[in-house]
Design a protein around this ligand. Structure first.
Ligand SMILES: Nc1ncnc2c1ncn2[C@@H]1O[C@H](COP(=O)(O)OP(=O)(O)OP(=O)(O)O)[C@@H](O)[C@H]1O
Ligand SMILES: [Mg+2]
Ligand SMILES: [Zn+2]
Length: 544
């Protein structure tokens, strides 16, 4: 017997077996049970998520002679004919190849005849958005006065191309992408039944590639099996699908975090010889650092496509690095991505980037040192009568003055942080340490943000320039939670105002930038990043 592809072999034959579209199948079953069927349905949604499948099950359920309402028996002549595609009463029409007026006229003619052996004549028109304007008009006439024995089921991946006049005469159902977890479970069931050995991590890689389409997932699995036979190793999957080996990615992030440039070079050599795509590898590595960050600030459930042992390793690496370093690493990688995209020497760029990433830890400890000095300085200036402003305020000033938002209506200089904090008797740093005991996630985000203003009524903070966390409090619930924490802590009815940070620099390396205030900010950043020194500064000759 010829090999039957998984997608066909596993096409669900009853509503119950359709995965992830319960919002649709339940409604349809109820409609059939209560005899309240619409005369036209429109199924829209991405490719391979069950539109055609559900259309056929619906057709069967409507015309089935035996099964209980809403459950086609899949045995009676009507059901088997629909499954084989040989039913005279249920016609499947491909809108892409029958898109003209003539075909639709023919269809209209046929609707006049009574069904030959079932209750209804059912027309399933796939890719209905492909019909021509004239064809739609012809179809509209039938939809306006549908014969009682006719039902239409339209399916489309592009519902926006279907005229409103048609849409408004159909009951519409939007199919969803299927979640990775549901795809993984389903693939696992299939491999077990087919006698194929494949790890869940491997299936997760396939599910990720499939981007919510069950058919794509099944076809990818087909491809892999036809390559490996019944014993599938994770490495086979990466090879067949051209995905980057995950162990390699973990090994690279570990080497970067633990500062092992030599190891990184070995890895580059390996992936180069292996023929993997260097840009793909880089993208996967950025993903990896994003995941490490997530593992620090959010629940592990966000790392869906990782196995348990990978989640553990991710947490371990993230713990060693800490959120600050991870953000710096990620930012550096983002800044380098462009170079890699346009270069004709990707290997070279990858190698130098990885080496630099390995050294970022050293810069960071340098940065940490500066922070300590900074906070010491703050404490000194906070004592009564101290004349100098804390350094953090200088930074806020210089980066913020251009934004009217920051100054909250006052033309003059904004209040010194320490002055206003003194009113409420509590400082921002105290609040942060309070937060760290209440909500690690909120704390981890906020410690990289900047306090602009703190009075009894209002607390104004600027987002960090890290794109990753800058939108964290855009979520109303998180925002509300933050306000609650502030009220709890400052014991006043304080409001939280979030403003944008105009700093373009991803680093808060205030002190190192202040080291060469005469230089343009990008140059300062580079000096900081490479822990460099300015040997000579020829006027007008400083280029990026
Ligand atoms: N929700 C689902 N549950 C279980 N299997 C599914 C589901 N969706 C798709 N499949 C699998 O994928 C195959 C193709 O699905 P189907 O033809 O219904 O997709 P479709 O949404 O009509 O896609 P297209 O827009 O490309 O026509 C099915 O035979 C089945 O094996
Ligand atoms: Mg289809
Ligand atoms: Zn039947």
């Amino acid at each position: 017997m010829a090999y039957e592809v998984l997608a066909r072999k596993w096409r669900p034959q009853v509503f119950e077996d359709v995965i992830g579209q319960e919002h649709i199948t339940k409604t349809l079953i109820n409609a059939i049970k209560s005899g309240r069927l619409s005369h036209a349905y429109l199924f829209s949604g991405p490719r391979g998520v069950g539109k055609t499948t559900v259309a056929r099950i619906l057709a069967k359920a409507i015309n089935c002679e035996k099964g209980e309402p809403g459950v086609p028996c899949n045995e009676c002549p009507s059901c088997t004919e629909i499954t084989n595609g040989s039913s005279v009463d249920v016609q499947e029409i491909d809108g892409a190849s029958n898109r003209g007026i003539d075909e639709i006229r023919e269809l209209r003619e046929s609707t006049k005849y009574m069904p030959s052996s079932s209750k209804y004549r059912i027309y399933i028109i796939d890719e209905v958005h492909m019909l021509t304007k004239e064809a739609f008009n012809a179809l509209l006439k039938t939809l306006e006065e549908p014969p009682a024995h006719v039902k239409f089921i339209f399916a489309t991946t592009e519902s926006h191309k279907v005229p409103v006049t048609i849409l408004s005469r159909c009951q519409r159902f939007d199919f969803k992408r299927i979640s990775p977890a549901q795809i993984i479970d389903h693939l696992e069931k299939m491999t077990q039944r087919e006698g194929v050995e494949c790890s869940r991590t491997g299936l997760a890689m396939i599910a990720k590639q499939a981007e919510g389409s069950m058919r794509d997932a099944q076809s990818l699995l087909d491809q892999v099996i036809s390559f490996t036979g019944s014993k599938v190793e994770d490495g086979n999957i990466t090879e067949v699908l051209g995905i980057i080996d995950r162990d390699m990615i973990f090994e690279t992030s570990r080497a970067i975090i633990e500062g092992e440039p030599r190891k990184c070079l070995e890895i580059v050599d390996h992936i180069y010889n292996y023929g993997s795509d260097i840009k793909e590898f880089y993208r996967a590595l950025m993903d990896q650092f994003r995941n490490l960050l997530i593992s620090l600030i959010a629940s592990r459930d966000y790392l869906l496509d990782m196995s348990e042992s990978e989640k553990e390793e991710a947490a371990r690496q993230a713990g060693i690095a800490g959120s600050e370093k991870l953000q710096v690493l990620l930012n550096f990688m983002i800044s380098r991505e462009e170079d890699l995209r346009f270069t004709s020497h990707p290997r070279l760029i990858l190698e130098t980037t990885l080496i630099k990433l390995c050294h970022i830890g050293e810069f960071l400890s340098f940065d940490d040192l500066l922070k300590k000095i900074e906070s010491l300085e703050k404490r000194l200036t906070a004592s009564p009568g101290a004349g100098r402003q804390p350094m953090a305020d200088h930074i806020a000033d210089s980066s913020a003055d251009s934004s009217a938002d920051w100054v909250s209506g006052k033309a003059g200089k904004k209040e010194s942080k320490e002055e206003s904090a003194a009113k409420s008797g509590q400082s921002w740093d105290d609040f942060l340490s309070f937060l760290s005991s209440k909500s690690k996630a909120t704390y981890n985000i906020l410690k990289d943000w900047q306090l602009i203003k703190l009075t009894e009524k209002i607390i104004e903070i600027a987002r960090s320039s890290q794109s990753f966390s800058s939108t964290y409090f855009d979520d109303p619930e998180r925002y509300k939670l933050l306000e609650d924490y502030c009220r709890d802590f400052f014991k006043t009815d304080i409001r939280v105002k979030i403003v944008n940070n105009n700093q373009t620099k991803p680093l808060k390396s205030s002190a190192s930038q202040a080291k060469h205030p005469e230089l343009p900010p990008p140059v300062q950043e580079i000096v900081h990043m490479f822990q460099g020194e300015i040997a000579a500064n020829k006027k007008g000759g400083v280029k990026k």
